[in-house]
Design a binder for this molecule. Sequence first.
Ligand SMILES: *[C@@H]1O[C@H](CO)[C@@H](O)[C@H](O)[C@H]1NC(C)=O
Ligand SMILES: *[C@@H]1O[C@H](CO)[C@@H](O)[C@H](O)[C@H]1NC(C)=O
Ligand SMILES: [Zn+2]
Length: 550
Amino acid sequence: MYEKLPTEDPELLNEKQDLYEKPTKRSNKQSLLGFILTAFLLVSGFAAYCLLSCSTSAKPKQNVIFMVTDGMGPASLSLARSFKQYRDKLDIDDILALDSLLIGSSRTRSNDSLVTDSAAGATAFSCALKSYNGAIGVDPEKNPCGTILEALKLKGWHTGLVVTTRITDATPAAFSSHADYRFQEDLIAQHQLGEYPLGRSVDLMIGGGRCHFLPRSVGGGCRSDDRNLIEEAQLNGWSYAGDRKAFDALDEGRNVQLPLLSLLAPTDIPFDIDREPEVYPSLAEQVKVALTSLSHATKNSKEGFFLLIEGSRIDHAGHQNDPAAQVREVLAYDEAMKEVMKFVDNTDTDTVVISTSDHETGGLVTARQVTELYPDYLWYPEVLLNSSHSGEYLVKKMMSRQSELDGPALESYIAKEIVEQDMGILDHTKEEIETVKKFANDANRLLGVLNNMISVRSQTGWSTLGHSAVDVNIYAFSNSERIDKQLYRREPYTGLLGNHENIEIGAFMAKLTGVDLAKVSDLIRDVEHSPKGALDVSADIHMNAVHKLH
Ligand SMILES: *[C@@H]1O[C@H](CO)[C@@H](O)[C@H](O)[C@H]1NC(C)=O
Ligand SMILES: *[C@@H]1O[C@H](CO)[C@@H](O)[C@H](O)[C@H]1NC(C)=O
Ligand SMILES: [Zn+2]
């Protein structure tokens, strides 16, 4: 069984050598000054803390809200901010909610590459260790590693996952399951529902990804066995909300029966630019349900909740080099952040919010040389605003129509309906229309051609269809001076101010909440985590090539 950890003041914990403490280089003078300052902060902090709750000797109740912008690098912020200022006719000093919370930056390399994927990126946060690209809650030797979500659940916290892609995708998976490879999504779904040594670790899941919960015989299902995990979950006490109507019946979180499974799409929830509000809720709406129900469930509990929120598809827009879709994804995340900020303002429970990215995607820059010689210093948000759909949506739309059309009819459909009406491009050339027509049957090439028409005109630059190794931002705040004091420290493994390794973010959460992730690793040693059957798992390179890393 899980051994209860001694209750300790996290303020004191900070000063101990622990699993995560790394020696730091400082001059003697600095050390002395630091020591005096630390001692002062420690004494005064402890005294203040004591005034409130020292007599109860228990650690104060806390909530941890960890937020991930998958694939969002610094340039995504510049792009989205300028776009919003242009769209809403705002002053140049109007900033995003996120901008006001910036405290540092994170270095994102994984164990086996300077360019990480989302699985290794998320495992760095969840287990506080660097693993290989593709790893879901396992270390470089494929040993399952205890996650912050599991550790907190074992301490009696409530836990939740909110995403806009498949709930079985890398980021949520790395907190709630263990798999050698991210493509083992059938197994990941089983773990998430509690089919593994710890029993159920997750109390709430809202996102897309019905696919890996349903057999192929059921619409939208893609499991390789015959199991219907949604039916099984309901028999095991989960409540289920599988469409907008059922989601609305949750009454913004006031009418939620935990554990809750809410899978709102077979795979991804559509990009915000394409989203039909009567069919799919926004990320902010999903977050509201999660925050309200989790805070309600923990109201009379000694422990708070841990919630993972992911703006999952910023990454997808990056992979597709689609700037019109990406700015809307970033703004949808910013709206979700406002919902979180409102919650933190109004709760009596000490709550910390940390928001960061696993990596950048697309090698995005808010510049592009479209002239032969020296470039103009310009970029045009107007082009992104005029476009009313993602490239992904337009490819699907064209694929469903083009077989009925040919020759001049197809050309006219492309020019009038796709390019002029949907993309808002009025100055298209004959060559461009011909290129679109040429690739009308080739989804991948077509996607590239359409998105490039927007990128070139807005003078938005991309350097890859994959990820990049650029540092990403760290945003954080809390409603507690005690937590702030820990957050706004600069030295490695003490706080999150300044530039840090991604694993320090996971270590910070473990330290703040006083959990020992290594102890959880012991409890899950026997979890099933390797692929079954004829897969040649020795060839990792091959695996990564076959199963595209995101
Ligand atoms: C990767 O993991 C191996 C095995 O744990 C370790 O020896 C190596 O130093 C790690 N490398 C990086 C860059 O994390
Ligand atoms: C954007 O749309 C408006 C209204 O249709 C149009 O006047 C303007 O020229 C368009 N801008 C660009 C860059 O295409
Ligand atoms: Zn990706």
